[in-house]
Design a binder for this molecule. Structure first.
Ligand SMILES: Nc1ncnc2c1ncn2[C@@H]1O[C@H](COP(=O)(O)OP(=O)(O)OP(=O)(O)O)[C@@H](O)[C@H]1O
Length: 257
């Protein structure tokens, strides 16, 4: 396997706080990789570094062999990294389909002027393609039958899945899922687990942050562990589970299950 994403000594400081401290980490093409660790360890900040919300203070980040450190978030998304957020960020007044189309438009080749000239055949063709793509992404999270419902009317677990559909609509090579199972009941988590496996089988590499250890251990090929911004372990689930430093920092305390 080859590294699709590479963090090389990635570091970010917020004033005196080193939120991410010299992290080296690879995500291989085709794997499901997880990032775990106590609250405040720096997991979401690593996702924010990868997606261009913050530039690293030091170190490099590369995707498909090219540096992406310091690029604008929309450029990184357009290059093939999709993400969801820890707190759901949907457009509540829009329909389920419209929420996904917003993601898909990152991939569209037409701009606002083109959109205003909707009657032009190439624009109409492009719109048709994006609509097809959006429906396909909804079906990947089993929400196609709810395409015309208002997003805020979906139950919580389905809203989280809608966020995944929107991230898939940019046709990413890599998707970052920030606590995808948070707030879900066991049945919803089981459904989600199968969906994430199917997303990987469709050719998308998955990198997730998650606190539910049963979910993480059952899903991931590899797990990296962060504590106070420092990577303290990286390996197969069974190796990480048995690692004394991980038990001391996390599994013995804050982790669920
Ligand atoms: N923009 C910011 N400015 C200042 N401090 C920040 C900023 N973003 C994150 N931090 C700090 O960096 C540290 C890491 O935060 P982060 O949200 O990445 O942790 P986390 O591992 O995702 O935690 P959780 O599991 O609770 O979501 C925390 O101490 C947080 O307060």
């Amino acid at each position: 396997m080859t590294a699709l994403l590479k963090l090389d000594n990635a570091t970010i400081r917020f004033g005196g706080l080193v939120a991410v401290n010299g992290v080296n980490l690879d995500v291989e093409e085709g794997e499901i990789m997880a990032l775990i660790g106590p609250n405040g360890a720096g997991k979401s900040t690593i996702f924010n570094l990868i997606t261009g919300i913050y530039p690293p203070t030091e170190g490099g980040i590369s995707f498909k062999g090219k540096s992406i450190a310091g690029l604008q978030p929309h450029v990184i998304a357009g290059g093939g990294i999709g993400r969801t957020f820890q707190n759901i960020r949907l457009f509540n007044e829009l329909t389920v389909l419209e929420n996904v189309l917003i993601g898909a438009h990152t991939r569209g080749s037409w701009n606002l002027t083109g959109a205003l000239l909707k009657l032009l055949p190439p624009v109409r063709r492009e719109e048709g393609r994006l609509l097809e793509l959006a429906i396909h992404c909804l079906s990947q999270v089993d929400l196609a039958h709810k395409a015309y419902e208002q997003a805020c009317n979906l139950p919580y677990g389905e809203q989280r899945r809608l966020e995944i559909a929107r991230a898939l609509a940019i046709e990413p090579a890599l998707i970052l899922l920030d606590e995808p199972a948070a707030g879900m009941n066991p049945q919803e988590k089981q459904t989600l687990l199968t969906m994430v496996r199917n997303i990987r089988a469709s050719g998308v590499t998955v990198f997730l942050v998650e606190h539910d250890m049963k979910f993480v251990m059952g899903l991931s090929d590899r797990i990296a562990v962060l504590d106070y911004g420092v990577k303290i372990a990286d390996g197969k689930p069974e190796e990480v589970r048995a690692n004394p430093a991980v038990i001391e920092a996390y599994l013995g305390k804050g982790a669920t299950n």
